[in-house]
Structure formats: structure tokens, C-alpha cells
Design a protein around this ligand. Structure first.
Ligand SMILES: [Cu+2]
Length: 181
């Protein structure tokens, strides 16, 4: 058999091999794009001696040890933000926004909403979504905006109390995770 035919015969079975499973194997509810940055954290108390990356101001809605994943993807001048929650209150609707400041003991530490154009009320001027959890306390939400963050001006993702709010006001800040967008 000529060498070229032998090489050709080898190519067929290789081409028929199944594609490899995606790397990582993380328990994500959402696929992680190749170019994404991912922050995984567990919510901890806001007044800990060592500041936690993710803090809860309302443990009845966002218990200690519950989990958050924030995935930030950038492509062609657009930015996508995906939030995955696990172990939180459910069924529930958590408004989730990107804020300018870092999380802190004081819920107000996270500052105002990041705005792409200051003062604009355009629909996609801020990163806003609603994370709807099921009875199992897990939920995910994603949004894409047609711009990229100005570096160093957006530092947190805040979960507001939402509904049902129980003893809280819906706009109260229930939890916060530091993300350098
Ligand atoms: Cu907000």
C-alpha cells in the first residue's frame, strides 16, 4: 500500500472521534465563554474581621455559605454579565445591578449604579437584571450591553432584596460581591 493511502486511512478514524468534553467541569448553570472572567464566591458575614469577597446583609434571603458566580464576557465592544446563585432564598426575584463601589460592612459602601453615560436614563445605560430563583434556591440571569466598562469604575455586583421582600424593602441591598469589571 502506498504511504499516502496509509496516511489517508489514518485520517478517517481520527475525524470520527467524538469531540472532547468542555474543560473545567465547574458546576455552572451557564456556559462560560472562552474570553470570560469568572468570580466564584460564597457569601459571608459583612462585618467579618477579614473582609469577604461576597457579603450578605440579609442572611434570611442570602444565607452564609450560599454561592454566587459572576461571569463577565467581552466581545466586539459588548459586555455580557451572567449571575448564577445557589443556596439562596427561593422562589424569589433578586434585582441585580453593577455598582461603582466595593462591598463593605455598610450596605451603602457599594455606591451608586455604574452608568455608561452619567445621568442618562437609556434602557441599557446600566447593567441591570433580575435573578429568579426556584424552590431549590438556585437561579441564573444574564444581560449584554453594547459597551465596555471604563476600567476601575465598577467594583461590585449587588443583589437587592426584591420580592417577596419579607421584613426588607425591595430596594434594600441584600448581598454584594466584589467584581472588578
Ligand atoms: Cu442596584
Amino acid at each position: 500500500m502506498p504511504l499516502s493511502s496509509a496516511a489517508g486511512a489514518l485520517m478517517v478514524p481520527l475525524a470520527l472521534l467524538p469531540t472532547a468534553p468542555p474543560p473545567g467541569g465547574a458546576p455552572a448553570a451557564s456556559p462560560v465563554p472562552d474570553t470570560a472572567r469568572v468570580v466564584d464566591a460564597r457569601f459571608d458575614r459583612a462585618d467579618g474581621f477579614v473582609p469577604a469577597r461576597a457579603v450578605t446583609h440579609a442572611p434570611d434571603l442570602v444565607p452564609y455559605g450560599s454561592q454566587v458566580r459572576v461571569t463577565v464576557g467581552r466581545a466586539a465592544g459588548h459586555t455580557s454579565v451572567t449571575v448564577d446563585l445557589a443556596g439562596v432564598s427561593g422562589p424569589h426575584e433578586f434585582p441585580a445591578h453593577v455598582h461603582t463601589g466595593y462591598c463593605g460592612t455598610d450596605p451603602a459602601s457599594s455606591g451608586p449604579h455604574y452608568q455608561q453615560v452619567a445621568g442618562s436614563d437609556a434602557a441599557d445605560n446600566e447593567v441591570r437584571m433580575t435573578v429568579r430563583t426556584g424552590p431549590d434556591g438556585a437561579g441564573t440571569s444574564s444581560v449584554t450591553v453594547p459597551w465596555e466598562f471604563r476600567p476601575g469604575e465598577a467594583h461590585s455586583l449587588v443583589l437587592h432584596a426584591g420580592t417577596p421582600a419579607g421584613p426588607h424593602a425591595a430596594a434594600d441591598r441584600a448581598a454584594c460581591v466584589d467584581v472588578d469589571f
